[in-house]
Design a protein around this ligand. Structure first.
Ligand code: AMP
Ligand code: ZN
Length: 136
């Protein structure tokens, strides 16, 4: 369940050192080397899954629980004012490392970061057409 060419497999399994903030049998959480804000961390499963769609449902559920636990800890210890969870899938969505990871980004009032998008302005008809494509 590992990919020998994957850097996050090596980090998650301790073959490459990292600033680890949490570890158990299934996951390692590390500080991001290029943080968006102080404490920006990544939860990595120890097994290799390229993205969310390869992740088993039970692992996905465990990741979200761990994000909640670590997020609360970081908010308390780093005195963060808010928190973003970010998870990119696919190159066009900003994914650069193709081993599933969940970004935990503590936020601080006036930290000057922007995590977001440019809002579109679809008509009600356009929204309805898209709704149908997805729901039906
Ligand atoms: P993404 O763009 O969602 O694939 O995120 C990849 C993230 O991994 C980026 O925020 C990088 O700064 C971070 N990153 C890449 N290599 C390392 C590394 N060796 N240790 C810690 N973080 C890393
Ligand atoms: Zn991997």
């Amino acid at each position: 369940m590992r990919d020998d060419n994957c850097i996050f497999c090596k980090i998650a399994n301790g073959e490459i050192p990292s600033k680890t903030i949490y570890e158990d049998e299934e996951f390692r959480a590390i500080l991001d080397l290029g943080p968006a804000a102080k404490g920006h961390a990544l939860i990595l499963p120890k097994d290799h899954y390229a993205n969310l769609f390869e992740l088993p449902d039970e692992t996905a559920a465990s990741v979200m629980k761990l994000a909640k636990t670590l997020g609360a800890r970081m908010k308390e210890k780093l005195k963060a004012d808010g928190f973003n969870l970010v998870q990119n899938n696919g190159e066009c969505a900003g994914q650069t490392v193709f081993h599933f990871h969940l970004h935990l980004i503590p936020r601080y009032t006036d930290d000057g970061q922007k995590i977001g998008w440019k809002p579109g302005a679809p008509s009600q008809d356009e929204l309805e057409e898209i709704r149908r494509q997805i729901a039906d």
